[in-house]
Design a binder for this molecule. Structure first.
Ligand code: NAD
Length: 321
């Protein structure tokens, strides 16, 4: 019998890729989202267009004891969306409502297992002030001090899923994603994240031109390619480890370094102009000690490889627009 799986947020970047992976593994998949995937048609067996803030929608899509539920739906975007402060109320209200509904109706429906996508944004700002030595080991989440409401909502929801695990025996898996990127991710419009934004800026620039970078570019991050992210998610789901656990790359780069890498991939020499913009923490890197210990696995693909794939895809989109 094929596994029956519900993917919430199946019209999004990670959800769209996840549905493809689960179908490839032979599962029967129902997707739900406010919208269809933007860049390629869904391969889900059923796709429900619905708003997960609405309890009647959630009750309808959780009408059976699914073997697995993946909860990826969130009001979400890159730094320009979640760190500007302009969307705080929506981000908190929308994402918390989705999670409250999914966990309670999921529990009532008798689902066997649920995955929740948390974020590196839950880590305290005070451990991420030095760009060369950020601390993001799982236990360092407390005392809590995320630098955005997006991070606070993720932390609240982590705790809610864990409460359902303790009080109702709901089988929960929680991962904290660190900057996932790849083809078919948002690449323009204000919700795109650094790797996609950088690829777009380089693709749009003519040889010898200039690209703009928010801040001094010395802030550090790590970026994980979508395929490796999904390998980690599936391994976590198949394990008996609840988490929370980081799913991220530990190849830390500066944003200037990321720009240089994209220029090299594109074969373009461009100047960088630093401008003011929303930044987030000064430094961040995935700590992969726990995932190695619990799952005997950690992502290892070099950033350059996934970035080249992503650049090719964005360059093509840009030429077709
Ligand atoms: P995404 O924005 O592409 O996908 C989220 C999807 O949720 C969207 O398709 C959106 O339409 C849907 N959604 C939003 N509100 C909804 C609602 N009320 N009802 C139904 N659907 C709704 O984002 P993504 O990059 O695919 O991220 C997936 C998950 O992983 C999110 O929870 C995100 O917070 C988390 N995450 C992502 C990253 C990353 O780097 N991409 C990092 C950390 C955490």
């Amino acid at each position: 019998m094929a596994k029956k799986i519900l993917v919430c947020g199946a019209g999004g970047f990670i959800g769209g890729h996840l549905v493809k992976k689960l179908k490839g593994e032979g599962a029967w998949v129902r997707g739900v989202d406010l919208k269809q995937p933007e860049f390629s048609p869904t391969v889900a067996d059923e796709f429900v267009i619905g708003d997960l803030r609405d309890q009647s929608v959630v009750k309808n899509v959780l009408d059976q004891p699914f073997d697995e539920v993946y909860q990826l739906a969130a009001d979400m975007g890159g730094a320009g969306y979640i760190f500007s402060g302009e969307h705080d109320a929506d981000v908190m209200h929308n994402s918390a409502s989705i999670n409250l509904n999914v966990v309670s109706f999921g529990q009532k429906a008798g689902i066997k297992k649920i995955f929740y996508s948390s974020s590196a944004c839950i880590y305290p700002e005070y451990n991420q002030l030095d760009p060369d030595n950020p601390k993001c080991s799982e236990e360092s989440a407390y005392p809590a001090a995320p630098d955005s409401e997006y991070g606070w909502e993720k932390l609240f929801s982590e705790r809610m899923y864990l409460s359902y695990y303790r009080n109702y025996g709901l089988d929960v898996r929680i991962a904290r994603f660190h900057n996932i990127f790849g083809p078919e991710g948002t690449w323009r419009g204000g919700k795109e994240k650094a790797p996609a934004a950088m690829c777009r800026k380089v693709a749009e620039a003519s040889e010898g031109g200039t690209i703009e970078i928010w801040g001094d570019g010395k802030q550090t991050r790590s970026f994980l390619y979508i395929d490796e992210c999904l390998d980690g998610v599936r391994r976590l789901m198949d394990s008996d480890f609840t988490g929370p656990v980081n799913i991220g790359s530990d190849e830390m780069v500066t944003i200037n370094g990321l720009a240089e890498m994209v220029m090299e991939i594109a074969g373009k020499k461009l100047s960088i102009k630093h401008i003011e913009g929303p930044l987030g923490v000064r430094g961040r890197n995935s700590d992969n000690k726990l995932i190695k210990e619990k799952l005997s696995w950690a992502p290892s693909q070099k950033l350059q490889i996934g970035l080249a794939e992503t650049y090719r895809w964005i360059d093509k989109q840009n030429q077709q627009k």
